[in-house]
Design a protein around this ligand. Sequence first.
Ligand code: B12
Length: 454
Amino acid sequence: MTPMRVTLVHPCIGRRPGQRYIRSWQMEPLPAATLAGLTPRDVDVRFYDDRMELIPFDERTDLVAISVETYTARRAYQIASEYRRRRVPVVMGGFHASLCPDEVARHAEAVVVGEAERLWPQVIDDARHGTLQKFYRATARPSLDALRPDRSIFRGKRYLPIGLVEAGRGCHFRCEFCAVQTVFAATQTRRPIDQILAELRSLKGEKKLFFFVDDNITANLRDAKEFLRALIPLRIRWVSQSSIDAAHDEEFLDLLVRSGCQGILIGFESLDAANLAAMNKRFNTSHGGFEPALANLRRHSIRIYGTFVFGYDGDTPESFAPTVEFAERHAFYIAAFNHLTPFPGTPLYLRLQKEGRLLYEAWWLDERYSYNRIPFQPGGMSPEALQRACLDARRRFYAWPSILRRGLDPVNRDNGFMWRNFFPINAMHRQDVSLRDNYPLGDQAWQGALLAAN
Ligand code: B12
C-alpha cells in the first residue's frame, strides 16, 4: 500500500509578476519542522518553501498543510485554491488561523486553532480515515516536552546558516498591538532545558549562530537565568528577543555574556512616554528607562536590534528624526522603523475598529493594500505622511555613512564573527528598504477567483 503523503507548505508574502521572491531573511521555517516532527513515522512528508521554489501542485499528495500568518494569508489562500482545484484537502494553522479561524475556514477544509502539539496527530488520523473535522481547537496550552523539530525537510534548500530553536513560547506582557499575547493569552511555556541542549548539540556542527525565537526570552527571568547557566558549557553564539526590563539585572547581564549572547532584539517602540502608556508598555521606562539599560548592555558588549513603531496618537512628523538619532547614537547593530500594524484579534485592532479608524475591511486581503501601506487613520498625521516618514527613517538609518559609523563603534567591533557579518547584514537591510516597499500581498500573476472550501 502506498503510504499516506502530507505536503507542508510555507507561503511567501506575495510576488510581483515574473519576478522571484525577495531573497533576504530566508531562514528555516520552524512551524513546518515542528509539524514534520509531530507526524507519525509511517507518513511520507514533503515540504515546499514558496519563498524559494515552485510548488509542484500536480505531485500526488493526500493532505496539504499550510502555515498562515496575516501577511501571508492572501498567498496561502491562492495556494489552497490550486490544491482544491485538484481535490486535495487543505489544513491551515499558524498565527492567522488562530486569530481569524472563521475567515481561514472559508479557504481550508480544516483549521487548527492554537498550538499543534496535541492536535496534529488527530488531524493526520482523521485525514487518513476521510473524517477531517472543520476545526481543531487547542483548549489549553500544550507542554513543549514532545517538541522534536524534524529539520531533514530542509535538506537541499538554501537557507541562511542560522539555527532557529525554541526555548519557550509566549510572553507575559500585554502590549496592545501584539499578536503573541492575543494567541497565547499572555502566558509563556518553556521547554525542558536538557531537550534544548540536546537539540543545540545536534546542530552545533552546521550552525554558526543560533536564534532563540522565543517572543521574550526573559519573560520569566529566574528560568531564563537557569537556562543561560546551562548554556555556558556549549560555547555557542546566540541571539534572541527580550524585554528591556531584564537589562537592569547584573546577574542576567553577566550570564548573557558567559552563555555566548551576541545580540538582543529589544522592542523600544517609542521615545514618547504617553505612547508607551497607550500601548501598555510602560515597563519600558522602569528603572530609569532606556539610557541606563543601554549603558548596561554596552558595558557587556551586547549588540542591539532596536525596533520602533510609529503611528500611536502621540506621534507627529517630528517624532521620527529623534528616534533615528537615538538608534544611531547608541550604534544599534540593526533597527526596524515600522508603522503600527493592527493585526486582527489584537486589542489594538478592536480599539481602532471601535473608533472607526480602520481604512480597510480586512487590509491583509484587500487588493489595494500592499506592504508598508498604513491600514488605519493615525491621530497625528495622514496615513501617507506616516508611510513616507517610516520609509525615510529606514533610508536614513541604512544610509552608508550611518552604516559605517555604527560599524566602527566598539560594541559592534567587539567580536570578529559579528563584525564580519555587520556589513553584509546592514547591506541586506538597506536593499530591503526599497525591495519590500509597496510589495504585493499575494502573487499578482495569480489568475481567477479563490475557490472556497466546503
Ligand atoms: C522567527 C520569526 C520570524 C523570522 C522568520 C524566520 C523564517 N523562518 O524565515 C523573521 C525574523 C524573518 C520574521 C519576519 C517577520 N515576522 Co515574524 N516571527 C518570528 C517568531 C518570533 C517565531 C516564529 C517561530 O518559528 N515560532 C515557532 C513555531 C513552531 O511556532 P508557531 O509558528 O506559532 O507554530 C505553532 C502553531 O502556530 C501551529 N502552526 C503553525 N503553522 C501551522 C500550520 C498548520 C497546518 C498547523 C496544523 C499548525 C500550525 O503549530 C505550531 C506548533 O504549535 C514569531 C513569534 C511566534 N511566537 O511565533 C514572529 C511572528 C510570526 N512574526 C510576525 C511578523 C508580523 C513578521 C513580519 C511581517 C514583520 C515585519 N513587519 O516585517 C516579518 C515577515 C514575515 C513573513 N512571513 O515573511 C508576527 C505575525 C503576526 C500575525 N498576525 O501573523 C509574529 C507572530 C510576531 C508577533 N509578535 O506578532 N519573523
